[in-house]
Design a protein around this ligand. Structure first.
Ligand code: ATP
Length: 437
C-alpha cells in the first residue's frame, strides 16, 4: 500500500488535500491522472447504468436539501457511529472497529477507554447570514434522498412507469470518526447511486437478483480480479428492519476486505417516510388502471472514490522481467482496463533532436487525439516506457528512422511488451480494436 500511495503522489493521481498547510484529515485531491481515472470510472458506471439502458434516467440534485429530508430519512435520529475515546493517549475509535473495550489498541493501557457514545456523522452548515438554529442545514451524507423527494417530478416529466430507475453521481459528506486507509474512508466522497422502482407485483426479488448480477458483470467487465471480489449476502440481522435483502460488494484491500458498494431491496420505506413527513403524495399513479401504489425500491449504492482506489490497487503490479539477452530488470506497471486508463496511447520520437521524427510523432499524436486519450512525450526511450507503464498506458507508439522511409511505426503493448509494426494509415483502426477492451 505504501508503494501505491507513493506512486499515486509521484505520478499525480492523488494528493493529500491542503498539503502545504499540513493536510486535513479525511480529504484528498485528485491530480491530473487521478482526475482522469476517476472520471473514466464514473463514465463507465454512467454508460452502463444509464446510457445503455432504456429503463434508467439520469438525475443531479443539490447537495444541501431541506433539513426535513434528513428527519424523514432517519439520518437525524439514527445516522450515528459509536465513538470511544482513550483517556490516556487521547486517540479516538469507532466502537465497532474495536475487538474489545477493555484495552486501548494504540497505547495498550487497560481501562482507559470511555463508554461508547453516539456521534452523528452528518456535517452541518448554516444557510444565509444568521447562524442560528433556523438556518442550520446539512451537507448530504448520501445522494439517494434527492432522488426520493423528486420521484414524482421525475416519473411524470420523463414519462416513466415502474419498473424504471433513476441514477445520480455526486458528492456526499460524512464526518467519519476515523478516516483512513488512503481514500477508502474519507469525509468528502462521491457516490454513484441507482434507485430502481418496481411495482409491488411479486416480481421484486428477481429484479433485485438481476441487479446483483448486473453489478457483478460490471466489475468483471472492467477486469477487477475475481479472487479479490466477493458478494456478501447480508443475513436478516445485518439488514435494516425494512430491507428484504441486501448484498455488499467487497474487495480484498491490502488491509483486508472492505465495502465498495451495497445493493439493497428497501421495500417501500423511503418513499413512505417522505410522504409521511411532507404530507405530499409520492405514490405512482397508473393512468391505464387509474390506480395508485407505492413502488418497491431496489438500490445500488457505490462509492466512486473507493472504486477508483480499487482500480488503482487491482491494476498495480511490481514485476521482474527477463530481456532476450537474459538481463533481469524490474518494472512497476498499472494494468488498467483500456477504457479507464487515463492515457490510452503515448507517442514518442526515437530521438528528440531529430526534427523529422519529432514532427512526425507530434502529428500522429494530434491526429489520434480526437479518438483516444493521447500523450506526446520525448526523452530516453527506456524511461519513456517505464513512465507509461507506471501510469498504465496500454499502447505506446514509437516513431523511428525507418518510419520516415516506410510510413510505419512500432506499437508496444503494455502488458506483454510485444511490439507490432503498424502502417500509419492503419493506426487508428488498429488502436480502436486493441483498446476496445
Ligand atoms: P462503511 O460501513 O464502510 O462506513 P456504509 O455501509 O456506511 O460504509 P453506505 O452508506 O452503504 O456505506 O454507502 C454506500 C457506499 O458509499 C459505500 O459502499 C462506499 O463505497 C461509499 N462510502 C460510504 N462512506 C464512505 C466514506 N467515508 N468514504 C468513501 N466512500 C464511502
Amino acid at each position: 500500500m505504501e508503494e501505491i500511495t507513493a506512486l499515486a503522489k509521484r505520478r499525480g493521481f492523488i494528493f493529500q488535500s491542503s498539503e502545504i498547510y499540513g493536510g486535513i484529515g479525511g480529504f484528498f485531491d485528485y491530480g491530473p491522472l487521478g482526475a482522469l481515472l476517476k472520471r473514466n470510472v464514473k463514465d463507465a458506471w454512467w454508460r452502463e447504468m444509464v446510457e445503455l439502458r432504456d429503463d434508467v434516467v439520469g438525475f443531479d440534485s443539490s447537495i444541501i436539501m431541506h433539513p426535513n429530508t434528513w428527519i424523514a430519512s432517519g439520518h437525524v435520529a439514527a445516522f450515528h457511529d459509536k465513538l470511544v475515546d482513550c483517556r490516556n493517549c487521547k486517540h479516538r475509535f469507532r466502537a465497532d472497529h474495536l475487538a474489545t473495550l477493555e484495552k486501548c489498541p494504540d497505547c495498550g493501557m487497560s481501562g482507559t477507554l470511555t463508554e461508547p457514545r453516539n456521534f452523528n456523522l452528518m456535517m452541518k452548515t448554516a444557510i444565509g447570514p444568521m447562524e442560528d438554529s433556523a438556518s442550520q442545514a446539512y451537507l448530504r451524507p448520501e445522494t439517494a434522498q434527492g432522488i426520493f423527494v423528486n420521484f414524482k417530478n421525475i416519473y411524470q416529466s420523463a414519462r416513466k412507469r415502474p419498473p424504471f430507475g433513476i441514477a445520480q453521481i455526486g458528492k456526499s459528506f460524512r464526518n467519519e470518526i476515523t478516516p483512513g486507509n488512503f481514500t477508502f474512508r474519507v469525509r468528502e466522497f462521491e457516490q454513484a447511486e441507482l434507485e430502481y422502482f418496481v411495482p409491488d407485483d411479486g416480481n421484486d426479488m428477481p429484479v433485485y437478483e438481476a441487479w446483483v448480477a448486473a453489478r457483478k458483470q460490471w466489475y468483471s467487465d472492467y477486469g477487477v480480479r475475481a479472487e479479490r471480489l466477493r458478494f456478501y449476502e447480508l443475513p436478516p440481522q445485518e439488514r435494516p428492519h425494512y430491507a428484504r435483502a441486501g448484498t455488499d460488494v467487497e474487495y480484498l484491500f491490502p488491509w483486508g476486505w472492505g465495502e465498495l458498494e451495497s445493493i439493497a431491496h428497501r421495500g417501500t420505506y423511503d418513499l413512505e417516510a417522505h410522504m409521511q413527513l411532507s404530507g405530499k403524495d409520492l405514490m405512482f399513479f397508473d393512468e391505464a388502471s387509474k390506480s395508485k401504489y407505492t413502488p418497491i425500491l431496489i438500490e445500488s449504492s457505490a462509492g466512486m472514490d473507493r472504486t477508483t482506489l480499487t482500480m488503482l490497487i487491482d491494476a498495480y503490479e511490481h514485476e521482474t522481467i527477463a530481456a532476450d539477452d537474459g538481463k533481469i530488470s524490474q518494472r512497476v506497471v498499472l494494468r488498467f482496463h483500456p477504457r479507464i486508463a487515463p492515457v490510452q496511447v503515448a507517442v514518442f520520437p526515437l530521438a528528440r533532436n531529430k526534427p523529422d521524427l519529432v514532427e512526425r510523432a507530434q502529428n500522429i499524436e494530434k491526429a489520434l487525439r480526437p479518438r483516444f486519450r493521447t500523450q506526446y512525450d520525448e526523452g530516453n526511450v527506456g524511461q519513456l516506457y517505464r513512465r507509461q507503464d507506471e501510469i498504465g498506458t496500454p499502447c505506446c507508439i514509437m516513431v523511428d528512422f525507418q518510419s520516415v522511409d516506410d510510413g510505419a511505426v512500432t506499437v508496444r503493448d503494455r502488458d506483454s511488451m510485444k511490439q507490432d509494426r503498424v502502417a500509419q494509415d492503419q493506426l487508428a483502426s488498429y488502436l480502436a480494436q486493441r483498446l476496445s477492451g
